[in-house]
Design a protein around this ligand. Structure first.
Ligand code: G3H
Ligand code: 13P
Ligand code: ZN
Length: 330
């Protein structure tokens, strides 16, 4: 058993409280390799932002959970070396069951998500409460989820959104004692969040997706005032990356994300945590494809992972400064 406190990590309680009061959101960036971790820490140190390092089940399988935990511990020291002791949370993204959450808590995670959103309501309450009871013994914070996002969540595929029902949230947070709640208001995972036929076009011919369901968010806020809300599937899918990827041999079709202005609006509300993974994947892939195309003779991974890390860092800085508003809040 390793306590996250010994590793210099923090749980999400205090940073969410400040984010709620200050009307901004904490970035939750997924990572599964060194360059992503370095880019996240460099960006958040330079912009003085608290940060949540997120590990999915897929990342655990890909990179090994022990290595990822040591990387997060290294991230704390790395941030200090770069000159700022920013709050860093190590969070399990989309934990599927109690055993997985327990295993992460036991090895030093400071926060876990138990995603029971695909289960019937009572079962969701039961497994979430079980995780909370264990986590709170070690002062680890827990995120639950009500409502189902359309698209792919790990191995589960949902054709349509099941929006969160505001009338359920009070009962859920009371029965489970969860610390934050992910809700479904029209975001989804991946780079194809909307079909073109769901969108309209603006005066420049650019596709405009349907707006998020802020009415549901407001309904949730009324039921549980002051409670930290989480937004998954919040990548914006910047078209500049999509264009570079496709210019250099990629084949991304109908890649559409959440407009940044809507995320900005969400960050000013009770949304205290915004999850971004796909935008980082796009930035990295665009950088690597461009580097390969422009330097066909290069074969040292540092020559293409170096630019990928720079592009990622620029993306993360943009997010914390211009979208989430967490810059300067560390
Ligand atoms: O919620 C999904 C995250 O983007 C993680 O994706 O399971 O492919 O690592 P992953
Ligand atoms: P995106 O696919 O929109 O980046 O969402 C990531 C996420 O919600 C991770 O849990
Ligand atoms: Zn998610």
């Amino acid at each position: 058993m390793v306590s996250y406190k010994e590793l210099g990590l923090v749980n999400s309680r205090e940073i969410f409280k400040k984010a709620f009061e200050g009307k901004y959101a904490i970035p939750a960036f997924n990572f599964n390799n060194m360059e992503q971790m370095q880019a996240i820490i460099q960006a958040c140190v330079e912009e003085s932002s608290p940060v949540i390092l997120q590990v999915s089940s897929g990342a655990r399988k890909y990179a090994n959970q022990t290595l990822l935990r040591y990387m997060a511990q290294g991230a704390v020291e790395y941030a200090k070396e770069l000159g700022k002791n920013i709050p860093i949370v190590l969070h399990l993204d989309h934990g599927s069951d109690f055993e997985l959450c327990k295993s992460c808590i036991d090895m030093g995670f400071s926060s876990v998500m138990i995603d029971g959103s695909h289960h019937p309501y009572e079962k969701n309450v039961e497994i979430t409460r079980q995780v909370v009871e264990y986590a709170h013994k070690y002062d680890v914070t827990v995120e639950g989820e009500l409502g189902v996002l359309a698209g792919i969540e790990d191995d589960v595929v949902a054709e349509h959104h099941t929006y969160t029902q505001p009338e359920e949230v009070e009962d859920f947070v009371t029965k489970t004692s969860v610390d934050s709640l992910a809700i479904s208001i029209g975001t989804s995972h991946g780079a194809n969040k909307f079909k073109p036929d769901q969108c309209t076009r603006d005066e420049n011919g650019v596709l405009v997706p349907p707006p998020l369901r802020f009415d549901i968010l407001e309904g949730v806020e009324k039921m549980i005032p002051g409670f930290p809300i989480v937004l998954h599937g919040a990548s914006s899918v910047p078209q500049k990356y999509v264009e570079i990827i496709n210019k250099y041999g990629g084949a991304l079709k109908d890649a559409i994300g959440i407009p940044e202005a809507q995320l900005r609006r969400a960050a000013e509300s009770a949304v205290c945590k915004i999850n971004i993974d796909s935008d980082g994947r796009l930035a990295m892939t665009a950088a690597i494809r461009e580097t390969f195309a422009q330097h066909p003779d290069w074969f040292d991974p540092r020559q293409y992972l170096g630019p990928a890390r720079e592009w990622l860092k620029e993306l993360y800085k943009h997010k914390v400064v211009n979208v989430l508003g967490s810059a300067g809040k560390a």
